[in-house]
Ligand binder design. Structure first.
Ligand SMILES: Cc1cc2nc3c(=O)[nH]c(=O)nc-3n(C[C@H](O)[C@H](O)[C@H](O)COP(=O)(O)O)c2cc1C
Length: 159
């Protein structure tokens, strides 16, 4: 059997936008850590959001979020969304990204694929359960990650 590992590079190499909030008030950030899988017999997407991110506030406020994937031509924009905070730039009206309703939350019309997710679970990663070298590298000066598991309730594809 040939194992197609492309799915693993979707987050890592292609990156994604994580968006939470409503059309009136939302925020997006670039993510490259995450996964797709199954728990409690549901298809789920998992993301990891440092508590310092503006997007974190929106993740906690609402019950839904989206994970959306983009063509290579938008990589530079994803770079901006991954280095500038919505506290400092207007991510709701950013040139080249058109906000679009996705169920109870938001994605962008330019997305190739959007996973609409309903929050099922969140918990802060406990550094006591993470190998010391990783704690040193990722948490010695940065805020902890909260893990969010969302049930994939819809997949919007540009087709
Ligand atoms: C390629 C890439 C991947 C990233 N992945 C994550 C991630 O998985 N989790 C996270 O908390 N931050 C991640 N970031 C950092 C956030 O996207 C960045 O801090 C962003 O400016 C936060 O925006 P906000 O304050 O508007 O939420 C990533 C950045 C880049 C460039």
């Amino acid at each position: 059997m040939e194992l197609n590992t492309e799915i693993f590079s979707q987050f890592d190499k292609k990156w994604a936008l994580l968006t939470a909030g409503t059309m009136d008030s939302f925020n997006s950030m670039t993510v490259s850590w995450g996964g797709l899988g199954t728990i409690w017999n549901k298809p789920v997407a998992t993301v990891y959001v440092r508590t310092s991110r503006y997007t974190h506030e929106f993740m906690d406020k609402g019950d839904y979020f989206t994970v959306s994937f983009y063509p290579e031509s938008l990589k530079q924009t994803l770079g901006v969304f991954g280095s500038k905070s919505g506290r400092d730039i207007d991510k709701m009206n950013y040139e080249g990204l058109t906000p679009a309703t996705a169920g109870e939350t938001v994605t962008f019309a330019e997305a190739e694929i959007t996973l609409v997710c309903k929050k099922l679970f969140m918990q802060q990663l406990d550094v006591n359960n993470i190998p010391e070298d990783i704690v040193q590298r990722f948490y010695s000066s940065d805020a902890p990650h909260d893990m969010y598991i969302g049930e994939v309730v819809d997949i919007i594809s540009k087709g």
